[in-house]
Structure formats: C-alpha cells, structure tokens
Design a binder for this molecule. Sequence first.
Ligand SMILES: [Zn+2]
Length: 243
Amino acid sequence: MMEAAHIARAVTDVFLERRCPVCGRALRSREERLCLFCAGDLPLTYYWTQSRNAMADRFNARFTGDDISYYIYAAALFFYRSEAGYAEIPKALKYHADYRLGRHYARMLGRRLAESEAFRDVDLVVPVPLHPLRRWRRGYNQAEVLAREVAAALGARLGKGLLRRRRYTRTQTRLHGEAKARNVDAAFVLTRRARRKGLAAHHVLLLDDVFTTGATLGACFRALLPLCPSARLSVATLAVVKE
Ligand SMILES: [Zn+2]
C-alpha cells in the first residue's frame, strides 16, 4: 500500500507540477524537495568540521578590539550561490512560507553541528528576531523556524523572547554597505524578561537564515553579550555568501 504522503504527492504532481526550486526541472514523485542532481550537488561548506574558517574569521574581525576572550565559532550548511540557484532554499522560506525545504536543511545543519567538536555542547539556540510588525505581517520568523529544528537536533533549548528588534528596518536586500551597517547597528536590545531572568546556558548559538556581511548577527551578538558573561556565544546560518 502506498503511504498517504506519497499518494498526496502523486496527486499534487498531477494537478500542480512540482519543480526543483534550484534548477526548475520537474520533480518526479520520489524526489521530495530538490531533484537528485541538485540535492547531490549542494555546495556544503564543511565549516562545522573547521573551528577556524573563512566565515568565522569574517565574523571575528567585527570584534577586533572588543573584550571577547575567545575565538567565536561560526558555521553555515552551504554556500549561497545565487547563480547556481541554491539561494532559492532560504528564499522559499523567507518569502514564500515554504517551511518544508527550510526545515529539512535546518535539520541537516543541526545534525552536522551535533557531530562537531565546536558546536556539540550548544545548550541554547537563539533565533535572530524580526521586528514585531514584520513578524506579524509575515506570520512567522524564518530564523525561528530554522532555530527550532537546529535546537532539536542539538538537544538544546530554543531561546525565544530574549532579544527584541526595536527598529522597523527596511528590507536588507535593498541596502548595501554602509547603509546596511547603519541600519542594523544597535537595532537589537535585550527584552525586559531576559534582563530580569538572566541566561542559564553555557554555550549559546545565535541562528539566522543567511550570513552576508555578518552585520545583523554581529548586532545581535553585541546585544546578547552582557547577558552571558561566562557563556560562549557562537553563530550559525543555513547559507553563507562567499566573499
Ligand atoms: Zn534541480
């Protein structure tokens, strides 16, 4: 007997041709998310196997001169290559409410992190918050959708409601360089609840969908620091834009 999900997919295939979000090829019913070629070619970073890597170096460079006593770990699952179409994975989640694809790759990221020397002791995963108005308009926070899966794979708690985005920033994709830096600078603050209750964790992972310049994650990182003076803070994303 065919499994219900499989029947549903076969029916969907007939009425609504499913396409590989990366290359646009029509998917066969056995291909769940990406076509076999694109799934096999996913440009993995392997950053979770290298505690020092290009992404972490870029992030640490934002904090030179700051009083942080450790090298900040950073990892992404794959390279965001818009020309190769893999950018469609985070885009599907961010703009089209396609949770399935994002969750699948978030679980994959979580499993890699759980096997990683640098990340396996993470006990709290904090998603980068959206401004409440944007969250309300979109109906969800894509970073939180991802963080929930990553936390589950790591056996960590999900840290919601610790940070608040206080300005309704313009969509980041339309801004570049300096404007973008100014836009996110000091955009995050600790919530009253976080300040009152503090943070019981020894390794906190900040999570976002895409790492471009690291400005957004950097601003979140700075906001969280006073809450965890004795904890380690790391960052992870689904995708990273190659410099
Ligand atoms: Zn494909």
